[in-house]
Design a protein around this ligand. Structure first.
Ligand SMILES: Cc1ncc(COP(=O)(O)O)c(C=O)c1O
Length: 390
């Protein structure tokens, strides 16, 4: 007896609550507009505006010339893992050994492995919100539940008190992203200490996302795993995508102890079985060769941030100054309290492309995300167009 086609051609249920990114849909709409001849001021992106530094590209070429093109150990080449452990000890104050480091295909694969290693079906994860959209899908893929914790409430009332309000006996983990996408918030050391205290008291695991660690304009980046008693309960995910303008290279890494590292290794082994070998040799240059790339880019981002912020505030789109990352997240209720509508109005009237705040969860409603990782001309042109057309 054969089954009905609807029962056969049915995607596995674990994908039921996993969505596709809204940002991709917005990108498609912009491509359509551009294909029709319109010029669009693009602020919707999430990529560094600059090119990958020469010394990293040269290291890639060298790796190819030297035939470093075969399988590597799945968790990463020893030289790179050792260099990353040095960086973690020196710059993040995370007491990591090389065997606590795993090299991954971007920050995304680290986060995927982290949630897979920690979250069982039915577990709840506390996510400070607004939050980077894919997190909800990564949790859904584990058949876990996302519980949104408003960041504004936590910063106002205290992290321990606020997290306690949203935690239940099913809470398993906290997702902690600093500098934060989309708000540009950089959590302070005191805030990290409060989150750590809560995690220790409740026996929770922290999944830390430090993708924008090198883009901090005010205050300091602080790694929660560096606090006492936190290394063993934190999986910290990093990426070279934003720091070194390497989004397309797909190179990230994570630091964790056991049992998490076993989960991360299995998740990597049975998905991509490691990162491309020449890419890893190129990444080694980022950690071992002298370069002023990070400082130069930080200054360039700061200039763009200040220019965009002044313009948005002048337009009545009030915006707190982002302390980190490369996004401004102004209140756009003056245009429309519905952020999807506000984004459409901006695109239709001023040819300015942004991301509606609702995409980052209900606490992002009434806001739009503008990336200032673009040319000065785009920022000036976009602001000018908004002044004339709004
Ligand atoms: C907060 C955050 N975490 C992680 C990532 C992952 O970056 P990638 O997979 O390119 O390394 C991103 C990328 O946009 C991000 O914004």
């Amino acid at each position: 007896m054969s089954s009905t086609p609807s029962a056969v051609f049915r995607l596995a249920t674990r994908f039921d609550d996993v969505g596709f990114s809204d940002i991709v849909k917005i990108r498609n709409k912009i491509m359509e507009l551009r294909a029709g001849g319109a010029s669009v001021f693009q602020f919707e992106g999430g990529e560094p505006f600059s090119n990958t530094p020469e010394h990293i590209k040269e290291a890639m070429t060298r790796a190819l010339v030297e035939h470093k093109t075969r399988y590597s150990p799945s968790s990463g080449i020893a030289e790179l893992r050792a260099a990353i452990a040095d960086k973690l000890r020196e710059r993040n104050q995370i007491a990591a050994q090389a065997d606590e480091v795993i090299v991954l295909n971007g920050g995304m694969q680290g986060l995927f492995g982290a949630f897979q290693s920690v979250v069982n079906p039915g577990d709840e994860v506390l996510v400070l919100s607004p939050y980077w959209t894919p997190i909800k899908d990564l949790i859904a893929h584990c058949q876990g539940q996302t519980v949104l914790v408003p960041t504004a409430e936590a910063r106002r009332d205290g992290f321990v008190e606020t997290l306690a309000r949203y935690a239940t006996e099913k809470t398993r983990a906290i997702y902690y992203n600093t500098p934060q996408n989309p708000t540009g918030i950089v959590y302070t050391r005191e805030e990290a200490e409060a989150v750590a205290r809560f995690a220790r008291e409740r026996d929770l695991i922290v999944i830390a996302d430090e993708a924008y660690e090198d883009l901090v304009y005010e205050g300091e980046h602080f790694s929660i795993a560096s606090l006492e008693g936190m290394m063993e309960r934190t999986i910290t995910c990093f990426t070279l995508s934003k720091s070194y303008a390497m989004t397309g290279w797909r190179l990230g890494y994570a630091v964790a102890t056991e049992p998490w590292m076993t989960g991360m290794r299995k998740s990597l082994l049975y998905s991509t079985n490691g990162v491309s070998t020449p890419t890893q040799w190129a990444a080694l240059a980022a950690f071992t060769q002298e370069s002023d790339f990070l400082n130069t880019s930080l200054a360039a981002y700061r200039k763009r941030r200040d220019l965009l912020l002044a313009g948005l505030n002048e337009l009545g789109l009030t915006c707190e100054s982002p302390a980190g990352a490369f996004y401004a997240f102004p209140d756009v209720s003056r245009i429309s309290p519905n952020s999807r509508e506000a984004a459409d109005i901006l695109l239709d009237r001023a040819q300015v492309a942004t991301v509606p705040g609702i995409v980052f969860g209900e606490h992002g409603e009434g806001h739009l995300r503008f990336s200032f990782s673009t040319s000065i001309e785009t920022i000036e042109g976009g602001l000018d167009s908004m002044r004339k057309n709004l």
